[in-house]
Design a protein around this ligand. Structure first.
Ligand SMILES: Nc1ncnc2c1ncn2[C@@H]1O[C@H](COP(=O)(O)OP(=O)(O)OP(=O)(O)O)[C@@H](O)[C@H]1O
Ligand SMILES: [Mg+2]
Length: 351
């Protein structure tokens, strides 16, 4: 009997190890405590202070995607309550839940008015366990304005037993009266040095070998979004198994991310500068045939020209307008081939 018990337990352990293995890396390497949240020093320092006194106001986290907002609040609640008490003290709602006024009237209000559950002795020893619940409204910018208005009273009425944490990408979509009830934390997009450390850590943990400069390239492409960077690294590492090269290369990353390689970009610029219409037409034909994305190249042309000191302000001004125009037309679904040809010809004609 005992043998059986042992093997069951073992199987369970193996199962959980397997689960950990099959998790996407972004989940596997989600920061487990506030110390693991990189780069958001300001937010983390303030939140740590509140951990000491366990006195929390309503909060509003905002900032671009993949910068650690959801991770931070999850880590914070874990440090406040511990994994057990968290189950009864934290309500998390995100955009996948219904976001209309009914959810505020029913689910949120009902949870907010509940009295707080008693922590066990063990929890009390290990965690601050402050006497309130936390309601996390992730992706709060997708809540309707009505639903947001309905929240105002709830937030005030039950503030003795409940704190709210709203998370969003666009703070302008949160109505003013709600925003003014919260202390705000801005999450900035990660700059390369901070993000690089984290990415290196993931790569070492997962035993991914990579060519020099690959991680920098990944960060370049993901523009401060660490989630995108980690996902890209994971896809690239899968590719190694098929190609058998043994390491991730810059070229693979560019292909996976759909960005146009620098060599092709440079060639395009030289064709523009040659101002030969027939050649430019042939080149665009080839370019589109190779399957490169028009939207991607517009963005890359922007980065190339605007950061380049060789071009004067007048040129950059005119160019920006053209790029903007093409980009918006492409987003509206017009023909990539024609738009690109039009753009390149126009750039070549800028005086
Ligand atoms: N500051 C950070 N420190 C460490 N890891 C991070 C950080 N930001 C993002 N990550 C990584 O990216 C993943 C996604 O982060 P998270 O879900 O917190 O982003 P978010 O800011 O909530 O984005 P969104 O606005 O899209 O919801 C995490 O699982 C983690 O692996
Ligand atoms: Mg999030």
């Amino acid at each position: 009997m005992f043998e059986n018990f042992g093997s069951n337990k073992k199987r369970k352990l193996e199962n959980s190890a397997e689960k950990e293995q099959s998790k996407p890396w972004v989940e596997k390497y989600r920061p487990k405590n506030l110390d693991e949240v990189t780069a958001q020093d300001h937010a983390v320092t303030v939140l740590k202070k509140t951990l000491e006194s366990a006195n929390l106001s309503h909060m509003l986290f905002y900032g671009p995607p993949g910068t650690g907002k959801t991770s931070t609040i999850l880590a914070l609640t874990k440090e406040l309550f511990g994994p057990e008490l968290m189950k009864t003290r934290v309500l998390e709602l995100n955009a996948s839940d219904e976001r209309g006024i009914s959810i505020v009237r029913e689910k949120i209000k009902n949870f907010a008015r509940l009295t707080v559950s008693k922590p066990s002795k063990k929890d009390l020893e290990n965690y601050p366990c402050p006497p309130y619940k936390i309601i996390i409204l992730d992706e709060a910018d997708s809540m309707t304005a009505d639903a947001q208005s309905a929240l105002r009273r709830t937030m005030e009425t039950y503030s003795s037993v409940t704190r709210f944490c709203m998370i969003c990408n666009y703070i302008t979509r949160i109505i003013d009266p709600l925003a003014s009830r919260c202390s705000k934390f801005r999450f900035k997009s990660l700059d390369s040095s901070n993000a690089l450390e984290r990415l290196q850590y993931v790569a070492t943990q997962e035993n991914v070998k990579y060519e020099d400069g690959t991680l920098e390239k990944i960060l370049d492409i993901s523009a401060g979004d660490l989630r995108r960077a980690i996902t890209l690294l994971q896809s690239a590492s899968k590719l190694i198994d098929y190609t058998g090269t043994g390491e991730v290369t810059i070229k693979q990353i560019e292909e996976l991310a759909g960005v146009v390689p620098t060599t092709i970009l440079k060639k395009m610029v030289s064709k523009i500068e040659a101002k030969d219409l027939t050649e430019l037409t042939t080149y665009v034909n080839e370019f589109i045939k190779s399957g490169w994305s028009g939207v991607a190249i517009v963005g890359q042309l922007h980065d190339y020209y605007i950061t380049n000191e060789d071009y004067d302000a007048n040129f950059k001004n005119k160019l920006s307008l053209m790029l903007f125009d093409t980009d918006s037309k492409l987003t509206n679904g017009t023909n990539e081939h024609i738009q690109l040809l039009n753009l390149l010809v126009k750039i070549s004609q800028i005086q």
